[in-house]
Design a protein around this ligand. Structure first.
Ligand code: FNR
Length: 379
């Protein structure tokens, strides 16, 4: 318990220990197109920088001389208890990183008892993912569709395949201005990496003129961007589904309040890892006002820029109930499949656990009483 770090110091060559090391290792291994797609942010990447800067602004003022030999990191979400406060954020098209794609990630999720959120634009289908890890907690991230019946069909398939919640992403009604992809002339959608859920969807397939690759790609491009998405769609989705519905991409406290008024069961405070609108507030900077507005009525998950255990600690102490991880696990996947994903998540978890104890807390509720300052002392 006291030497979580030392297990990384072995005779073998080390697995990258932090986000920067991971990113460097993946940059050397992957081609520019897919690596740029995963790494980059939209526009001039101000949002990407804001995410990191928001975490770096806060400092902990630790307390000592409490017995911290037992740290409880468990959380409860929608009636189930999990040993860690982490989730896998929905990340599309995992075959870009590794042939096993989403199957490797969901197996890691099952092994570590971390909820897995599968993207609409996955390389493998919902049913295949469910089969690969039958006992993992799985949620389905829904991109609305221009043809609403496709959205309802996918949500219903998720429910029948044993997925336990729907995460409707609200910040991607069209693709962000991603300059790195233009530079690299790279579109994973056009290359067919997002096949999994579409080619297995009867409503989507019936909407195509024929079953050629070109028709499928055109069909995805026509449906995945859906600028008309509005609160009435959210209410209708809620009416048609028996699962808890979360909205992902909430940054304004008024939208958080509207989510509650519209019967939504949880929110993910996120700016899509800086990939959608550039110049957006860092997700951690958006958190306190949302925590205040939500006032404990529904769970709040935060993502975008959680690259260390310490980042998770800060988000949890500012009122998030859990945090979701994006790029770090994708890099782990690219380096070493399921094992790489497990290694990255275990390191995040071990760092979090050590940090909670060293800050003077022994549980996540107790973390909320830790002193955090935006400057360098206590008033
Ligand atoms: C994403 N993200 C994402 N979100 C979503 O709702 N559906 C999706 O299909 C995807 N796809 C996707 C692909 C890639 C390569 C990345 C990096 C991200 C966003 C993701 O869920 C999450 O919000 C961010 O990744 C969190 O930020 P960090 O942890 O990457 O900084």
């Amino acid at each position: 318990n006291g030497d979580l770090l030392l297990k990384n110091i072995t005779a073998q060559s080390p697995f990258p220990i932090c986000f920067d090391d991971l990113e460097k290792a993946v940059a050397e291994k992957m081609e520019a197109g897919p690596f740029g797609y995963i790494r980059s942010g939209a526009g001039g990447e101000q949002t990407l920088r804001n995410n990191r800067a928001a975490f770096e602004k806060y400092s902990i003022v630790p307390r000592f001389l409490n017995d911290v030999s037992n740290v409880d990191t468990s959380i409860k979400l929608f009636g189930k208890t999990y040993p860690t406060p982490f989730l896998f954020a929905p990340v599309g098209m995992n075959k870009m990183a590794h042939d096993d794609g989403e199957l490797a990630v969901v197996r890691a999720a099952q092994q570590l008892k971390i909820p897995y959120i599968q993207s609409t634009v996955s390389s493998y289908g919902l049913e295949e993912v469910a089969q690969a890890a039958p006992t993992a907690t799985k949620w389905f991230q829904l991109y609305w569709s221009t043809n609403e019946e496709i959205a309802y069909s996918m949500a219903a398939r998720a429910e029948s395949a044993g997925f336990e919640a729907i995460v409707l992403t609200v910040d991607t009604v069209m693709l962000g201005w991603r300059e790195e992809d233009v530079r690299n002339q790279f579109s994973p959608l056009k290359l067919g990496y997002a096949r999994g859920n579409y080619i297995n969807d009867p409503v989507f397939m019936a909407s195509l003129p024929d079953e050629s690759f070109e028709s499928y790609v055109q069909g995805v491009l026509q449906n995945v961007f859906h600028p008309t998405l509005n609160w009435e769609n959210v209410r209708e989705l809620k009416r048609r589904s028996n699962l808890p519905i979360l909205l992902k991409g909430i940054l304004h406290p008024e939208d958080a309040k509207l989510a509650i008024e519209n019967g939504i069961d949880g929110i993910i405070v996120s700016n899509h890892g800086g990939r959608q609108l550039d110049g957006v507030v860092g997700s951690l900077d958006a958190l306190p006002a949302i925590v205040k507005a939500v006032n404990g009525q529904i769970p709040i998950i935060l993502d975008s820029g959680v690259y260390r255990g310490m980042d998770a600690l800060k988000a949890l102490s500012l009122g998030a109930d859990a945090v979701a991880i994006g790029r770090p696990f994708v890099y782990g996947l690219a380096l070493d499949g399921q094992h790489g994903v497990e290694k990255v998540m275990t390191n995040l978890y071990d760092e979090l656990k050590v940090s909670i104890a060293l800050a003077g807390a022994t549980s996540l509720p107790a973390l909320r009483n830790i002193t955090l300052v935006k400057k360098d002392g206590v008033d």
